[in-house]
Ligand binder design. Structure first.
Ligand code: NAD
Length: 298
């Protein structure tokens, strides 16, 4: 399939590479040109660097975006680049960025003027699963559109689930981000208690990871915390973005989010401290500041 792919950051770049490996033809664009060149370099001519976002959509049956947040997707599709105006007749748009579900619905409505169908299809799994092609997609939109493009998403992910109408993918993603954020905070809080109480955090992790407290989040982030490795991964600033989107979405339907608000405030402390580009496992640093103790092994 001919695909235009816009946004080739930590996630988009390996996802685009997996589409190439699956035999798709890509036109790729990122405002950092080197990102697009990197995809083209491994593609044996299957991926071409586009001059701009509109050029990426040229000839494409499907346009994909993997951008930071709602304003970026709106800007590219409708406001500044206006990709929607230039898409091929009958082409479809799938946004894989994690954005506000209210914005997904607004963008879909904007696209309907041009007869363009849209799915919102954010992912979970992070960079390692983007590289392996084992991401989890949570999708919103019409079943017929989902059925048509599910094989394309399957080239990048091992789980692809239709969650409901447009916006349902991003509602599901926000639910995911609540669980991840609160879980990292809980792991940090627990390992700090262990350290302060004189029990090796590594021993605590090993002892509890197989029981009810164990989780994918714990397995991914506890070793990073103890290794003092806060290289992203998933950046604090992006998680703040998600938790602010949670707050907007929760306000719209009057749903309580006391834990999300607490963890978002802790992440904002990190941002103010210059840690916005660190991995979200850096949440442990807030506890370390409060306790004046590092969560190291031993
Ligand atoms: P990133 O910052 O690494 O990549 C975003 C890319 O978009 C950058 O390369 C940037 O140059 C490009 N970009 C921004 N505005 C642009 C524009 N107007 N035109 C063209 N290119 C533009 O971010 P990421 O980690 O790849 O995340 C992308 C999305 O995926 C975010 O919504 C994020 O929340 C979500 N996500 C990230 C992870 C993760 O672990 N990193 C996991 C799941 C979901």
């Amino acid at each position: 399939m001919k695909i235009g792919f816009i946004g080739l950051g930590i996630m988009g770049k390996p996802m685009a590479k997996n589409l190439v490996k699956a035999g798709h033809e890509l036109r790729v664009f990122d405002r950092t040109k080197a990102q697009a060149e990197d995809v083209a370099a491994m593609s044996n001519g299957k991926a071409v660097v586009a001059a701009n976002a509109v050029d990426a959509a040229k000839g494409a049956e499907l346009v994909l975006t993997m951008l930071p947040n709602s304003p970026h997707v709106k800007s590219v599709m409708l406001i500044d680049d206006k990709v929607a105006e230039h898409m091929e007749k009958g082409a479809t748009f799938i946004d894989m960025s994690s954005i506000n579900p209210i914005a997904s619905r607004e963008i879909s409505e904007g696209l309907s003027k041009y007869g363009i169908e849209m799915l919102d299809a954010p992912v979970s799994g992070g960079e390692p699963k983007a590289i392996d092609g084992t991401l989890s997609f949570m999708v919103g939109g019409k079943k017929a559109v989902f059925d048509k493009f599910e094989p394309v998403l399957k080239a990048m992910g091992s789980s692809v689930v239709l969650c409901g109408d447009i916006g349902a993918g991003n509602v599901t993603k926000l639910c995911n981000q609540i669980v991840v954020a609160v879980n990292i905070a809980a792991v940090s809080e627990a390992l700090m208690l262990g350290k302060k109480a004189g029990v090796d955090p590594e021993a605590i992790y090993k002892a509890i990871r197989g029981g009810l407290a164990g989780s994918t989040v714990m397995d991914a982030k506890a070793p990073m915390i103890m290794d003092r490795n806060f290289k992203p991964g998933f950046k604090i600033d992006l998680h703040i973005k998600d938790l602010l989107n949670v707050q907007d979405a929760a306000r719209a339907v009057d749903s309580p989010i006391p834990l999300t608000v607490q963890v978002a405030e802790m992440m904002k402390i990190l941002h103010a401290d210059g840690q916005g580009q660190s991995d979200h496992s850096a949440l442990a640093l807030v506890y370390e500041k409060m306790a004046n103790t590092e969560i190291t092994r031993g």
